[in-house]
Ligand binder design. Sequence first.
Ligand SMILES: Cc1cc2nc3c(=O)[nH]c(=O)nc-3n(C[C@H](O)[C@H](O)[C@H](O)COP(=O)(O)OP(=O)(O)OC[C@H]3O[C@@H](n4cnc5c(N)ncnc54)[C@H](O)[C@@H]3O)c2cc1C
Length: 239
Amino acid sequence: VTEISYDSHMHVELIQSTGTDKTIVAAARVSTVGELSADSFAADAPDQTGLINFLMKNRHGTPFEHGLFTFRVRVPIFVMRELHRHRIAFSFNEESGRYKKLDPVFFVPDVDRALIQTGKPGHYVYVPGEPDDTQFVKRSIERNSIQAWNEYNLMLDRGIAKEVARMVLPVNIYSTCYVTCNPRSLMAFLSLRTKSDEAKFPSYPMREIEQMGFQFEDHFSERYPITHEAFCKNGRVSP
Ligand SMILES: Cc1cc2nc3c(=O)[nH]c(=O)nc-3n(C[C@H](O)[C@H](O)[C@H](O)COP(=O)(O)OP(=O)(O)OC[C@H]3O[C@@H](n4cnc5c(N)ncnc54)[C@H](O)[C@@H]3O)c2cc1C
């Protein structure tokens, strides 16, 4: 099979985003000043770092819902499956294995991927393993991907429906999805799917979804710098 390719990266592209720190400030201030909250958007509006920090610390979460990010992600299905567990205020549309022939791109771990699991459930630690483990894993995954892709094509060539032929494909095949969420739900996601020394409640996510999460976080911190800083300062707890 010559058409197969392998990839070790999580791909995230920001398609659109709305809102800024000022949107959050305006949404919060409507409570106390009504229509005057519109002045929060003025270029010379006073610094509201303190207010955002107060909202974050005291978990007044709803002002953080006024904003939006749409990402296009291309990740292996085993990462997509974890992403889709975030049900609340995340919207998804994914390519279909029923309507479209899937692309022959398969994930293989790179040399930096720790391969051996130690410790207890909930606190697993991953360590590198023997020097030739990476090659062993790589060869095993590649053999399996080739075999699965061949069987998939044999069935398609025979006229079998895509939704049936795909049943042989492994979870390391890549898929593409649009994901839309607001800043509050994004922080909930980041609190669970990234590991940080600043976290009040540390999480132990899988490396690949964390790599995707850090890319989400880069867009978040760029678009909402004050909110992002308050999130980190207050233990990365979603308000
Ligand atoms: C390190 C790690 C290990 C994991 N291991 C497993 C595993 O072994 N098996 C497994 O099945 N999953 C596992 N998960 C997935 C996990 O159980 C959650 O499905 C996932 O993290 C999404 O979290 P969430 O439900 O808070 O998010 P969302 O679905 O986005 O929900 C956001 C918030 O809305 C509220 N909410 C949503 N739905 C309800 C509801 N029905 N009732 C009441 N409140 C609701 C809750 O406050 C929730 O926190 C793991 C997740 C992590 C981070």
